[in-house]
Design a protein around this ligand. Structure first.
Ligand SMILES: C[S@@+](CC[C@H](N)C(=O)[O-])C[C@H]1O[C@@H](n2cnc3c(N)ncnc32)[C@H](O)[C@@H]1O
Length: 272
């Protein structure tokens, strides 16, 4: 991810090949550490309009296919399509039973699908990796049939703030992926031509016994820092000690907190 608080930032756009490679590497470990991702996806599913009965759905940024399988069960008569930029994730999803009938490698900002071919675009915790969220919305609108629904969850500024602040205290460098502001999500959604049904932010706070447990988990998810300008090479012992010390300032009775600011959006393509 890159600094998405501005529409585009030349020179600091995320390298999609790196994003794809990182998630492909994480495919085998992802499910074992994806508790937050499960909770967020379940919450997003609960926000779908009750009368929604798609004949074809798209799981965008489908990862290991967990929510493709849930969608497959919920909309048993519909055809499912899963799109992800990481081949390794798609391979993993293919190995599991159920889910989407079609698994396609592709980019949310340039979907490999025809116009007006799905009734639901479901995308949980994927589009924070896209530098041009306006393109994601445009593509969702293009592939949706009139009356179809886009439901997405994403991350915004404030996510992993404790880790960012702790690193900042150690060396002032960029160690945490950057996130778009809630206001930018609001503006881009309002300008998308899709009719907003709901757009809200909700904080989820996870707790860890120590900093290493958090950073290991981020790596196992494939979601560790991929920012251009991130410090390269090994992280020195003294700096890691400094990080641990700085993070202790946030400690709560349950452990070290890691905050995720999750944006949930549900929008409908107008009939006309
Ligand atoms: C955190 S995982 C979420 C996976 C799944 N939706 C879930 O909730 O378990 C993010 C997924 O988005 C995919 N992704 C990232 N950028 C993408 C893009 N531009 N187009 C399509 N998929 C993308 C990653 O490869 C990864 O599988």
């Amino acid at each position: 991810m890159t600094d998405l608080s501005h529409p585009t930032l030349p020179g600091t756009l995320p390298d999609k090949r790196q994003v794809a490679a990182s998630f492909s590497r994480a495919a085998a470990s992802y499910d074992s550490v994806a508790a937050l991702q499960r909770a967020v996806g379940v919450s997003l599913l609960a926000q779908l309009p009750e009368d929604l009965a798609p004949s074809r759905w798209l799981d965008l940024g489908s990862g290991t296919g967990y929510f493709s399988r849930v969608l497959g069960e919920r909309f048993a008569r519909a055809t499912g399509v899963a799109v992800d930029i990481a081949e390794g994730m798609l391979r993993h999803a293919r190995g599991e039973r159920g889910g989407a009938q079609y698994l396609i490698a592709g980019d949310a900002e340039r979907l490999p699908l025809g116009d007006a071919c799905v009734d639901l675009v479901f995308s949980s915790l994927a589009v924070q990796w896209c530098s041009q969220f306006a393109m994601v919305l445009e593509e969702a609108r293009r592939v949706l049939r009139p009356g179809g629904v886009l439901a997405f969850s994403s991350l915004c500024v404030g996510t992993l703030e404790e880790l960012r602040a702790s690193w900042q205290a150690v060396d002032g460098m960029v160690h945490v992926n950057r996130f778009r502001r809630l206001q930018d999500y609001q503006n881009l959604c309002a300008a998308s031509g899709l009719e907003p049904l709901s757009l809200q932010r909700q904080a989820h706070v996870l707790h860890y016994p120590d900093v290493r447990s958090l950073t290991h988990e981020l790596k196992a998810l494939g979601a560790h820092n991929l920012n251009p300008g991130r410090p390269s090479g090994l992280t020195g012992r003294a700096r890691v000690q400094g990080l641990m010390q700085a993070y202790e300032a946030f400690r709560q009775p349950q452990g070290l907190p890691a905050t995720y600011q999750v944006v949930y959006g549900v929008m409908r393509k107008p009939q006309a």
